[in-house]
Design a protein around this ligand. Sequence first.
Ligand SMILES: Cc1cc2nc3c(=O)[nH]c(=O)nc-3n(C[C@H](O)[C@H](O)[C@H](O)COP(=O)(O)O)c2cc1C
Length: 161
Amino acid sequence: MKGMVVYDTSYGNTKTIAETIAETLKGAGLEVDVLHVKDVKKLSAKDYDFLVLGSPTRFGTMSFAIRGFLGKVKSEEWMNKPFAAFDTENPENIEKALAEKKEWSAAEKIAEKLIDKKMKQLLPVLKAAVFGQKGPLKEGEIERTKDYAKEIANRLNEEKV
Ligand SMILES: Cc1cc2nc3c(=O)[nH]c(=O)nc-3n(C[C@H](O)[C@H](O)[C@H](O)COP(=O)(O)O)c2cc1C
């Protein structure tokens, strides 16, 4: 199976999460292209079996570039293909979403859009905590990301059977 990990980033934290996911998926035997959203020249569903999409959370939602990318994901081509969504956001924001039962997360909004396009969400979103605007990532987030990606690989392998 071949997948695409697409991310946006300003300060590198979301890139680190994307690359950790991609490396872990490769370690689990999957083929993966990892691309900054601006480097996606051609989006052909024929080339990919699954999509992993991530964004920094800005003003409670995804970046403009990721929103633009989603506009290019054609439902008729990607429908029924599996996806996972992740973001980076501040720890206070993660707690706020739990307290208010309202989502301020890029990943949740990405997932909503991909579900609208009839793609299949493999597992709940990953929200990786970063401090402030530039980071760093909170301690332990890389390990948590590796576990998350291993679970993506497990679910994809179940899909194959
Ligand atoms: C303009 C701007 C708006 C932001 N808005 C939010 C926000 O609404 N919630 C949040 O948790 N973090 C917010 N942040 C912090 C970002 O989530 C953080 O900069 C990002 O996760 C870092 O990822 P990157 O290193 O990949 O750019 C904001 C950052 C910027 C620059």
